[in-house]
Design a protein around this ligand. Sequence first.
Ligand code: ZN
Length: 165
Amino acid sequence: MKILKYPNPILKKTSAPILAVEGDDISTIEQMVKIMYLSRGVGLAAPQIGVNRRLIVVDIGDKNILRLINPVTIKTEGKEEMDEGCLSVPDIYVRVKRAKSIIIKALNENGRSIKIEATGLLARAILHEIDHLNGKLIIDHLNPIRRLRVLRESGYFKKQNLRFS
Ligand code: ZN
């Protein structure tokens, strides 16, 4: 299973909420965990492996794996800017302003409702993955002109021309 890369249209879609946690969701989550570790990412969202369902996994390196279903931010506090990369937008780093601390609610893999408080890198990783569920990538945090310049400078248009020519 491969990680989809920008500009794959699946990455731009809003993912569907999960009404009942099914076996397929659990196997998707376990695949996501495997791919996250293989790719040395700190998180992964289901659309990145081609599944438009609201599932994310996060592990910022403390081996505490969060497997979250339908994650929703219910409180945010403060603002912080940091450079972010994304497995679906390789070779590009974007300075993204996000909340410093958050409270989210979600279902865990057993379908139980949970609340998580997170700050710093963990909050950032969760918010980055929730963005994916809404079809938003790090480059979408840039204004259109800057986005075009970053993509052009990173050779994205060249790569695309090669692929489609
Ligand atoms: Zn990402």
